[in-house]
Write a protein of this length. Structure first.
Length: 603
């Protein structure tokens, strides 16, 4: 019955009855079906093979730009598609056009729409900096002829302030006759002049081909800071997609709202936007424990704009852990996903998180949908505590109560626990039917601490698995909270000790000595590992005493294995494997409640 309803709803949406940027009261959840360099995991055949599973949880799947690139044409080199060349040839590194059409139609038959990554801010040349291929294709579905023409003589469709007009290496220095860019310049490829009538006609043809010939459900516009929002409005008014979301990468809510309003045509908003303000609020809360940041302004907590909020924890750009310029969530990933799956807006789950935390995310999606949370649901309570956060949201079938971190004094009367994980508890009203959740296999992300990672009684410490790319001679730790610095208070901090290797990488341990603690007055808390001054370093990560960290953040957040019985005071041999209640292996001198031989005991 659930799938029949979804198919009917999708058919109604496909007719464009809700097409005003993003549907009102939309209850769908989106998947970003790729991460950086996920060529094997995200090709069309691989995604199609997962259609039965993915369509049960996701109403939309955003995929990479499917057009053929210049690199793929000449040497079959994989690229992520942000170097677009062809708009009507969709035989790419992700698969053939036939495989693409099959993927789109397969998901559509199951009630899931595919969102295309539309890159029209810039374009890559074909063989040189500025030559764009003219294209003409007759559609097999529409029987229409789709044609694109480009001015490869005076280059009037390239912005005059593009770097090709000032760089002698381009071969056309001073010869580009387009108008000035209407947005930010994008170095690397040619910025398209959207004031040009032929460029506009080409974009209209391209979007028509994507929607009506290939069967895409909508668009994700890349790099929309690069051209005026009015053109997204103009193109969408012509194409009439039900789903459109722009990547306006800015943490300032007023700027994102201004872009959304800038897409209006005849007073009607034509596109949603990714909720980057919410993303940075999430980082502050889950990386640094600044729970009050979850109350800061974003699209999702604004009744006027939550409809146009596409929320996310991380994506292919922000989640690139080896790129210090990006901004991943380094800890409590499941809790962060629980947050966006409780809030108004349309949640977009990143494929990398889905792969590592699939069981929990499945349950959270089912709980959200069972409660009837939509992109315009009302927030009943949003309250930060010193070590946690309380969120209560009204759904059409009941309410959601989400407890994040460590909360106190919160009544759960009238609620039942639907899903719980590291750092969160997701409740729904007792009247909500969550029986579907019981069928989901419990597959939490787990991590086994190396046997050489020993935490001694009373010790403040942490472990770090150094990425081989660092090629570091020394590793340092920088650890702090709102009251003190625990690593000498002088950058780069306290030098760590090599304790072993794991996954072929060196593992270092940091331990605090009494003299390392210095009083401080900070605004947040966290831990950083680094290779010394002007060398690679991690981002700010949440600190857990005895935690095991990699470049991706804290790894030792797995639950204690099941099968633990009542607490005992019986003594066991000291050479038995022993863990504390956070899951770290501890030494024989550790005092307190531990897990040994599958039992909770006091030693």
């Amino acid at each position: 019955m659930k799938r029949i309803y979804s198919l009917i709803l999708f058919a109604i949406i496909s007719m464009g009855s809700f097409a005003q940027g993003w549907p009102a009261n939309y209850s769908g959840v989106m998947l970003q079906g790729f991460y950086w360099d996920s060529y094997e995991q995200s090709n069309w055949n691989t995604l199609t093979a997962q259609a039965d599973e993915l369509s049960q949880f996701f109403d939309l799947i955003w995929v990479t730009n499917s057009g053929k690139t210049s690199d793929w044409h000449y040497n079959k080199r994989n690229t992520m598609g942000y170097d677009p060349c062809f708009w009507l040839d969709h035989n790419s590194c992700w698969g053939t056009e036939s495989e693409l059409r099959n993927m789109i139609s397969t998901f559509k038959s199951k009630g899931t729409g595919i969102i295309e990554d539309v890159v029209i801010n810039h374009k890559n040349g074909f063989g040189n900096w500025v030559y764009f291929p003219n294209e003409s294709v007759t559609g097999t579905v529409t029987n229409k002829t789709y044609s694109l023409t480009w001015d490869n003589t005076n280059y009037t469709q390239i912005c005059s302030n593009d770097e090709a007009n000032t760089n002698a290496a381009s071969g056309v220095k001073g010869k580009i006759k387009g108008n000035a860019d209407t947005g930010d310049n994008f170095d690397g490829y040619r910025d398209l002049d959207h004031t040009n009538a032929t460029t506009q006609a080409n974009v209209n043809t391209y979007l028509d081909y994507l929607l009506n010939e290939l069967g895409y459900a909508g668009f994700r516009y890349d790099m929309v800071k690069g051209f005026s929002a009015s053109y997204v409005g103009q193109y969408n008014k012509q194409a009439n997609p039900t789903f459109s979301v722009g990547e306006y990468w800015d943490g300032n809510k007023s700027k994102v709202v201004s872009w959304i309003n800038g897409t209006k045509k005849n007073g009607v908003i034509q596109s949603a936007a990714f909720d980057f303000p919410m993303k940075y609020n999430i980082n502050a809360a889950f990386n640094n424990g600044n729970w009050s940041d979850l109350d800061k302004d974003c699209l999702a907590n604004d009744n006027n704009y939550s409809r146009y909020s596409v929320s996310f924890v991380d994506n292919h750009d922000t989640g690139r852990y080896n790129d210090n310029g990006k901004a991943p969530v380094y800890g409590y990933v499941e809790a962060a996903n629980a947050y966006i799956l409780a809030m108004p807006g349309t949640p977009c789950i990143w494929m990398y998180h889905w792969m590592k935390h699939k069981g929990t995310i499945k349950k959270l999606i089912l709980a959200r949908k069972a409660a009837g949370i939509t992109n315009q649901s009302n927030i009943l309570k949003s309250e930060a505590q010193s070590n946690g956060f309380v969120l209560q949201v009204e759904g059409s079938n009941g309410n959601v109560l989400l407890l994040l971190g460590t909360t106190t004094g919160v009544s759960t009367n009238g609620y039942k626990l639907a899903v719980e994980g590291e750092g969160f508890k997701y409740y729904v009203s007792t009247s909500v039917d969550i029986s579907a959740i019981s069928s989901i296999a419990d597959s939490p992300y787990t991590f086994t601490m190396p046997s050489f990672c020993i935490v001694n009684s009373g010790e403040r410490c942490a472990f770090f698995e150094v990425p081989s790319a660092w090629n570091a001679t020394y590793i340092y730790c920088w650890n702090w909270d709102k009251t003190a610095n625990y690593t000498k208070s002088e950058w780069p901090g306290k030098q760590c000790t090599l304790v072993g290797t794991n996954n072929g990488n060196k593992v270092y341990k940091w331990t605090m000595d009494a003299s390392d603690k210095h009083s401080a007055n900070g605004s947040n808390a966290g831990i950083i590992f680094n290779a010394g001054d002007k060398k690679p370093q991690t981002g700010d990560m949440p600190f857990v005493n005895g935690g095991y960290y990699s470049i991706e953040g804290i790894q030792s957040t797995a639950f204690i294995p099941t099968g633990i019985s009542h607490t005992e005071t019986t003594s066991y041999p000291i050479n038995s494997t022993t863990y504390n209640l956070s899951g770290q292996r501890v030494g024989k001198n550790y005092k307190g409640i531990v897990i040994r031989n599958g039992k909770k005991i006091m030693q």
